[in-house]
Design a protein. Structure first.
Lengths: 164, 133
């Protein structure tokens, strides 16, 4: 694949990821980013990390580079890395749904880590306050992944001849 | 098996939440609220209240009006204060709620009150916030 085509494709995939995030921002913790990250990781392998870095930069430019942004530097790559491991293990789409669910459940915990700078109590209270949102996040991730993961992967496969 | 693990994980998380979430202080409390608008102008209220949560105390403050969208799960999301609207969907802005200088972890409906607390609502545009109030 030529470098130009790859850059263009990556740009489109970043745009899709970003549009999915902004488009559903009005729904608390119901998002398609997890689904797309897993699908990208499954179809593109390690190439997903460069897409994620641009996406994370765009998030910071839109919403501001607050403490929350630091957590984005590792939460999405963790999900992508685990998805790549599932791909290597030949896991079923259902396994990606379960991964997505537990990622949602642990999202607040992972995002609380930068708040350790303010002391363990600050990080702990921040995590506890967000638990109801994490439960919504995990369950909605599971439903969305079970419904959409296979179709999204099929579409990526169709438009991505030459990937991998 | 996986379904059971999901239900178990959700149950454990909710157990943690109900075990460790902060509870409101009963009885009389004195709190203050400052509202900082888009131009940096501010207005200030104080209240002596028995309310458990911030929303109830705000309702008792003379000259303060507020409204927004309410969901059963998350309570009131404040969009308008004293006729100044900061709607993330249409204005690219929001009313940020601070306790002292720390962003609140809860919305007004579930922010527990304690005596002597100082709250601030600050009109902020996306991209403004840098982690400091």
């Amino acid at each position: 694949m030529s470098a130009a085509r790859r850059i263009a494709e990556d740009g489109l995939l970043v745009a899709l990821l970003f549009a999915a995030q902004v488009g559903l921002a009005f729904l608390p913790n119901v998002e398609l980013v997890s689904l797309l990250v897993m699908a990208y990781a499954r179809q593109l392998g390690r190439r997903v990390f460069s897409i994620l870095m641009v996406f994370i930069l765009l998030e910071g430019l839109l919403y501001g580079f607050g403490i929350w942004w630091v957590s984005y530097l590792y939460v999405w790559p963790i999900l992508a890395g685990l998805s790549i491991l599932l791909r290597k293990a030949g896991a079923s789409p259902f396994a990606y749904g379960v991964l997505s669910c537990f990622f949602g459940f642990s999202f607040g915990f992972l995002c609380a880590l930068p708040y350790l700078a303010g002391g363990p109590a600050a990080a702990f209270s921040w995590w506890i306050a967000g638990i109801p949102f994490d439960v919504v996040h995990g369950i909605s991730n599971l439903v969305l992944a079970l419904a959409l993961f296979c179709p999204v992967c099929r579409v990526l496969q169709q438009i991505g001849s030459g990937w991998q | 098996m996986a379904a059971a693990a999901v239900v178990l994980a959700a149950a454990i998380l909710l157990l943690f939440y109900f075990a460790f979430r902060p509870s409101a202080q009963a009885g009389a409390k004195h709190i203050s609220l400052e509202v900082v608008d888009a131009s940096g102008g501010s207005a200030f209220w104080e209240a002596d209240t028995d309310a458990s949560y911030l929303e109830q105390a705000m309702e008792e403050m003379d000259g303060l009006s507020f409204s927004g969208s309410r969901t059963e799960a998350f309570g009131l999301m404040v969009l308008t204060i004293n006729d100044i609207t900061a709607d993330p969907q249409t204005d690219g802005a929001y009313w940020a709620l601070y306790l002292e200088d720390t962003p609140c972890s809860y919305g007004v409906s579930s922010q527990p009150l304690e005596d002597g607390q100082n709250y601030r609502f600050v009109y902020e545009r996306f991209g403004d916030w840098d982690g400091e109030s």
